[in-house]
Design a protein around this ligand. Structure first.
Ligand SMILES: [Zn+2]
Length: 106
């Protein structure tokens, strides 16, 4: 799955001609630096493409049911998460990144 980086400005995703450190939005054709997990905004994080089943469960939990691709947002909606819950999860995601980085520096 190639379209992993959501555009910062519109609803598009990175196009196939992405290079190492930049990507081009398939929709508005703006060129962006490829976001790392550290620089990813909440909007981009929620629009990352993932795989899940009809109830929003991840492939590792879900068994013998059809999987689909969609945004993290869609996945959370299927799970019935509120905005507050999503916000909390994004903050945890940022925390985890920070902790991992500290471990690497030791
Ligand atoms: Zn765009």
């Amino acid at each position: 799955m190639n379209k992993s980086y959501p555009c910062e400005l519109c609803d598009g995703y990175d196009a196939d001609r992405r290079e190492d450190n930049i990507y081009v939005c398939e929709n508005c054709e703006k060129i962006f630096p490829t976001p790392t997990e550290d620089t990813m905004t909440k909007k981009q994080w929620l629009r990352q493409i993932m795989q899940f089943d009809e109830k929003g469960r991840s492939p590792s939990i879900s068994r013998d049911v059809p999987l689909q691709y969609g945004t993290r947002m869609k996945c959370f909606e299927l799970r019935g998460y509120t905005w507050g819950k999503m916000d909390k999860l994004y903050k945890e995601f940022l925390e985890n990144k920070r902790e991992k980085k500290n471990e690497n520096n030791i």
